[in-house]
Design a protein around this ligand. Structure first.
Ligand code: ADP
Ligand code: MG
Length: 263
């Protein structure tokens, strides 16, 4: 079981240098992500959601502000093996089987773990994500949903303390997407790490999360943070409840008030 950290972001600014000058992606962002919580981030395109995940993963440094994991500044940590990342596209190596794609992640991160153990763990994750029987398939022999299950297995195989997900289901058809949401909830109830989840789907954010962060248009600032009160385990039936649709409507209203700027 990973030791899930508390993520604390204080006064975060991120600026990018471009040919046309500086672009401020995030400004004055404060955010607390409690350990073992599921926090979603929604906001207009280009408001800095991916940037926020890159900051938490340590890929990118803040222009200003502080980021802590528990009480330690992120720049003092070795994050390798602590953070799993799932992107919108699965980004699998096309010449490697599903199993070999998952094993590769643990080869890189868990160099000291014996190969047999890494293989067993990779198989276990493929089983948890519903891919038993497909271990030896190449990515192009798998559906989009199955490829994303491989990507999820690859992100979880080394037991990351934080899982970052950047619109992971956006490329899937609606039925597959809903199935994946249910499975993610199920998987998360077993791993209980800290999940920071970016999505364009408001109902997805409300269904999955304990907390939804609504960002403004660029530069992204926190517009509102909503606690989502529904007990777990959560099921599809929740979508039909009035409190659920009211929360979705409320967030939609906030986003309408902050339309995306042309990029
Ligand atoms: P989102 O994920 O919310 O769509 P991003 O975090 O990808 O937004 O980007 C936020 C803003 O920063 C956008 O305006 C984008 O064009 C700009 N941006 C992102 N990455 C870079 C980069 N490497 N260089 C310059 N500008 C960037
Ligand atoms: Mg993005």
């Amino acid at each position: 079981m990973p030791n899930a950290p508390h993520i604390s972001i204080q006064g975060l600014d991120v600026r990018y240098r471009t040919r046309d000058g500086w672009v401020t992606a995030l400004e004055g962002l404060d955010l607390e992500v409690p350990p073992r919580s599921f926090v979603s981030v929604v906001g207009p395109s280009g408001c800095g959601k991916t940037t926020l995940l890159k900051i938490v993963s340590g890929i990118l440094r803040p222009s200003r502000g502080l980021v802590f994991l528990d009480a330690t500044p992120i720049e003092n940590l070795r994050l390798e093996g602590q953070v799993g990342f799932v992107f919108q596209r699965p980004l699998l190596l096309p010449w490697r089987s599903a199993l070999a794609n998952v094993v590769l992640a643990s080869e890189i991160v868990q160099k000291t773990v014996p190969r047999a153990e890494r293989l067993a763990e990779a198989r276990r994750w493929l089983e948890i994500t519903g891919l038993t029987g497909f271990e030896e398939r190449l990515p192009h022999e798998l559906s989009g949903g199955m490829q994303q299950r491989v990507a999820l297995s690859r992100a979880l195989v080394f037991h990351p303390r934080i899982l970052l997900m950047d619109e992971p289901f956006a490329a899937l058809d609606e039925i597959t997407r809903e199935a994946m949401q249910g499975e993610l909830l199920n998987i998360w109830s077993h791993i209980e790490n800290t999940i920071l989840f970016v999505t364009h789907s408001i109902s997805e954010a409300v269904l999955l999360s304990e907390r939804v962060v609504v960002l403004s248009a660029r530069p992204g600032r926190v517009q509102e943070i909503l606690d989502i009160p529904f007990p777990r385990p959560r099921t599809e039936a929740l979508r039909g409840e009035r409190e659920f649709t009211e929360l979705v409507q409320h967030i939609r209203g906030k986003l309408r008030a902050a339309p995306a700027k042309a990029r």
